[in-house]
Design a protein around this ligand. Structure first.
Ligand code: CA
Length: 222
């Protein structure tokens, strides 16, 4: 035993899934359909991460959410199911093709009316929400899109999420590449730079949770 974060090998990961994941059947089927898309399915969040985020949504009593990077809509569905009946999630993505996959499941789960899908560059959508006077109007936000624009989404998010609200940022460990100086591709650099900035960003309370590919929780300070 050690006081550092445990290394999760395949056997232990399977154990975590076995004893803790309660993936609803509809989310499981969405995962299976996404898997058939091939390697791109890596862009989908893992079931234990979806369950963790849904728990956070419940804990906060969140009502209005933002999502940047919907892909096939797994995280969207997991969060929408955790929101109250009058909850809303504005889901941003550039791909009609991918989000079409999710829409069927949103309908079937009976949460489609909670999800406001916006197709287009997310930075434009977020700016538009601000222009419409929706600053401070969201309880929580999930950022999981093109890494080069993470800092833009984060800064816009800090204006859209209310004081006390939560910004969740995905893939902050980037398969470990962030800690390897030999990795200098643009995506790795963008994530590394945002991680560095967040460390000293006094506007938020911070935790980097080593779940899945790393999920940073940044709560906007009141
Ligand atoms: Ca991701």
């Amino acid at each position: 035993m050690s006081n550092r974060t445990i290394q999760v090998d395949d056997r232990l990961y399977q154990y975590i899934l076995d004893v803790s994941v309660r993936e609803p059947e509809i989310l499981h089927r969405l995962r299976e359909e996404t898997a058939r898309l091939g390697g791109i399915a890596r862009m989908q969040i893992s079931p234990e991460q979806g369950q963790f985020m849904a728990l956070l949504v419940e804990l906060m009593g969140a009502n209005r959410m933002l999502e940047v990077g919907t892909f096939t809509g797994y995280s969207t569905l997991a969060c929408a199911m955790a929101l109250p009946p009058d909850g809303k999630i504005v889901a941003c993505d550039v791909s009609r093709e991918w989000t079409d996959v999710g829409q069927k499941y949103w309908q079937e789960a009976g949460v489609a009316e909670k999800i406001d899908l916006r197709i287009g560059p997310a930075a434009d959508t977020l700016q538009q929400l601000l222009n419409e006077g929706q600053g401070n109007a969201f309880d929580a936000m999930f950022i999981d899109a093109d890494k080069a624009n993470y800092d833009i989404y984060y800064e816009l998010g800090l204006k859209l999420v209310r004081p006390g609200g939560l910004i969740m940022i995905d893939n902050v460990l980037w398969s470990g590449a962030v800690a390897n100086p030999a990795e200098q591709d643009p995506d790795t650099q963008a994530i590394r730079e945002l991680n560095r900035q967040l460390h000293t960003d006094n506007r938020v309370t911070l935790s980097l949770v080593p779940i899945a590919d790393g999920l940073t929780l940044a709560r906007r300070r009141i």
